[in-house]
Write a protein that binds this ligand. Structure first.
Ligand SMILES: Cc1cc2nc3c(=O)[nH]c(=O)nc-3n(C[C@H](O)[C@H](O)[C@H](O)COP(=O)(O)O)c2cc1C
Length: 253
């Protein structure tokens, strides 16, 4: 009974979290207080970066928008073949690439929308089978449109599968995308109203990943079931100021 009450309270507070509090005026955001804006993206930490192409003419197989919408589905079985670095470049650009800068570095414009153009996400990859890349964890640098190598991981397949609540099919992808959130990017502007919209933002990112994967002969599947601590550790995130909110394996189908 106690447990039931605990659950009902949690459900009520989670429902409250889903509701908009944009009407509340009792607080000032850090932006309103005049505090400095956080950086648009995390900067590179590795010395070397891997440049990516923006010439996608060779990778797009399907341009008919209706066909893409009609064929949109989740794919959990992938061919055990490598994808090319240019295919990966297209997926990174179409989900989190930068298409313009607004104001004096006030906002990045990207192929996906984001509340207040805050774009609070970082993209990490577990690379299994991508031409020209060794296996391991990578981080995408949207402003440079480049990758940086983060770390090699012993038994990467097992580590990824465990982090995703034993969804073993994910580790048979060519690459698994992990989206982390840096909450302060959005909190700076929207304070307590930011958390609901950050999760709304994430949906747009992965929908672009679905349609873009299909356009290049690949498939993907959104993943929300993961072990928070395990996945944050895998990507070397602190779990407080940056943590994973979404994942999506991609492979040829
Ligand atoms: C937010 C979200 C989280 C999801 N998490 C998982 C997941 O952890 N594992 C999984 O196999 N599928 C996951 N899916 C995929 C759904 O199961 C799938 O979209 C649904 O079954 C409908 O199938 P379709 O995408 O082929 O239309 C998720 C989808 C969304 C949108």
């Amino acid at each position: 009974m106690e447990n039931e009450e605990f659950l009902q309270n949690l459900i009520a507070s989670n429902r409250l979290f889903m509701k908009s509090d944009f009407g509340l005026t009792e607080y000032e955001s850090d932006q309103e207080k005049g505090l400095a804006q956080p950086p648009l993206t995390k900067s590179a930490t590795a010395g070397e970066t891997i440049p990516l192409t923006k010439d996608f003419s060779g990778v797009i197989k399907e341009v008919n928008y209706l066909t893409l919408l009609q064929g949109r589905k989740s794919s959990r079985v992938y061919k055990q073949e490598k994808i090319s670095l240019d295919q990966l470049a297209f997926l990174l650009w179409s989900t989190q690439g930068v298409t313009g800068i607004r104001g004096n570095n006030y906002a990045a414009i990207r192929p996906v929308p984001s509340a207040g153009a805050r774009h609070p996400f970082e993209t990490y990859l577990a690379v299994f089978q991508v031409e020209g890349l060794v296996k391991g964890i990578y981080h995408y640098l949207p402003l440079e449109h480049a990758l940086e190598f983060v770390t090699a991981v012993d038994e990467l397949e097992a580590a990824v599968s465990t982090s995703l609540c034993d969804q073993k099919w994910a580790a048979k992808s060519a690459v698994t995308f992990f989206y982390s959130v840096v909450p302060y990017r959005s909190e700076w502007r929207y304070s307590i109203s930011s958390h609901r919209v950050m999760l709304l933002d994430a949906g747009h990112v992965v929908q672009n990943l679905y349609l873009s994967s299909q356009a290049i002969g690949c498939g993907t599947c959104a993943i929300a079931a993961f072990e928070q601590k395990v996945v944050d550790q895998l990507l070397q995130l602190d779990g407080e100021n940056e943590f994973v909110v979404y994942a999506a394996p991609v492979g040829l189908i």
